[in-house]
Design a protein around this ligand. Sequence first.
Ligand code: AMP
Ligand code: ZN
Length: 464
Amino acid sequence: MELKLYNTLTRKKEEFKPLEGNEARIYSCGPTVYNYAHIGNLRTYVFMDVLRRVLKYNGYTTRHAMNITDVGHLVSDADQGEDKMMKTAKEQKKTPWEIAAYYTEVFFNDIAALNIEKPEIVPKATEHIKEMIEFVQGLIEKGYGYETSDGIYFDIGKFEDYGKLSRIDLEAQMAGARVEVNEEKRHPADFAIWKKAPKEHIMQWPSPWGMGYPGWHIECSAMGRKYLGDVFDIHTGGVDHIPVHHENEIAQSEALLGKPAVKTWMHGEFLLVDNGKMSKSLGNTYTIEDLKKKGFEPLVFRYFCLNAHYRNKLNFTWDGLQSAQVSLSRLMEGVLAHKNGSDQVEDEVVSGFRKEFQEAINDDLNIPKALGIVWNIVRYPKKSKQLFELLLETDSILGLGMADAESKKADETDVGSEVEGLIEKRQQARKEKNWKEADNIRDQLKEMGIILEDTPQGVRWKKA
Ligand code: AMP
Ligand code: ZN
């Protein structure tokens, strides 16, 4: 069956065929490890994971690289401000290396908790300085890189196709934008591929241009090329990467190679919180830990994500997560009913469901539709082992852990909804200044082994 994927570059769904043999070579922009990943970041990695799983389901092997950005990503994507790693290091009085090691480990724990498969190759930017310097040298030799007093810049004026991914009219955009004045840049959108380091900059390496550090965009071009070859199949990231980061990656790679490095560009849409942007000031950049503190298993968040197509925005609310929890729990009960069922179903029923499921996932990863079909299987009146096997097959894409549905059905998740319900009641009692009732509920929760914590973001709870 044909697998179709939407290519941001051509704005079309295209049939996927590996460039070489049976292997899909994929590059995903990985995390900048200066902080905990928030649930928005994690939605993008759930999308990346579903893509991997669909490719494998279709019989391809994957050579998948996801970088760890541990240097070079400045506070603004368009190379302004401080290095994010250094900023956190200063705030926490640690070295950038300690910061990177800590948040990288937490990131891998988070993605494991979400059943996101770890890509085969996970290169760190700081371990590929040599490759990046060579890349920059290559660009200078070809006339695309020029030196200024603070670094080496990419000359976008020389790259005719600049802006083809986002189809931006750069001149119009620049005319209206407030861009930093850097007299030495030939065009305001020229971007740093190498930065010369001031003495106090902790992360710096020797280069032909003195001590310095790489620009953020160059790492993906250099590491993608090293691990996947000059030209590879798919590149993923979040939609925010389209206008700057990926536009710059395209410019660098194509300038050096004389041809496009990536066949298909795929982008995951944003997760919103309460219909708005997540931001530290609003206190809504939730992490997996925040979800757990409220009693939600990480896989509930995975299930929540699977309900929206990756190219649509998804709005996160606690109520929405609560509904996902209830649905997931019911789904697992349904899976168990088939596992323990002894009815016989006709082969055509099984193959019919399978075909519908395959059509959905192969239509540009239409997981919400595929999930609907999974629900139809679950609700099928006859309960049978054959359908249980089919459900396990669908779970190779969904990754919800149906194989151990027993442990996932009621207990854990029901505790969650019961606790949330009681907390709600207690909040109401407090609003009505009914302190006695509020205290009673707190005691009741205590008996259930639940400890409450009042925070500026609301009440959180954990198991004692
Ligand atoms: P970063 O660690 O900042 O480089 O971001 C990691 C990934 O998360 C990138 O692919 C971003 O595009 C993506 N991302 C950032 N914010 C969101 C969001 N609100 N929703 C979905 N993806 C996001
Ligand atoms: Zn990247």
